[in-house]
Design a protein around this ligand. Structure first.
Ligand SMILES: [Zn+2]
Length: 120
């Protein structure tokens, strides 16, 4: 379940390996998120202390709108498993999941984002 009133600060990830490391080896503020290969990986954690859930969103879905295709708790994944998830996502292998549904997240660049209550 995506947080409805969150603004996400999205940075480009350099590679699937870098993203997998970021998602598993660090805890981020609730607004820190990544983009890779046409997908957003949006932090959906309730708090920095809690499980680090991420929504995986295909930026341009079949109707040209963002579609959330999966939700993964990366803090429970080993980095090699996280890498498998990331690679499957950006290869489009989970686009057709039953979970898939339209979403309308507020996406900002780090510059636009500045700071919010989650990252102050
Ligand atoms: Zn913030």
């Amino acid at each position: 379940m995506m947080h409805r009133n969150r603004r996400w600060s999205v940075s480009a990830a350099g590679s699937a390996e870098e993203l997998a490391r970021n998602l598993t080896e660090h805890t981020w503020c609730g607004c820190n998120s990544w983009e890779l290969g046409g997908y957003w990986f949006l932090n959906d954690a309730t708090s920095a202390d809690g499980a680090q859930d991420y929504g995986i969103i295909k930026i341009a879905g079949p109707r040209g709108k963002p579609v959330q295709v999966e939700s993964i708790t990366f803090s429970w994944c080993a980095s090699d498993k996280a890498l498998q998830h990331v690679r499957a996502a950006i290869a489009g292998q989970i686009d057709a999941s039953e979970f898939a549904h339209d979403v309308d997240p507020v996406i900002e660049t780090p510059e636009q984002h500045g700071s919010c209550h989650l990252c102050m």
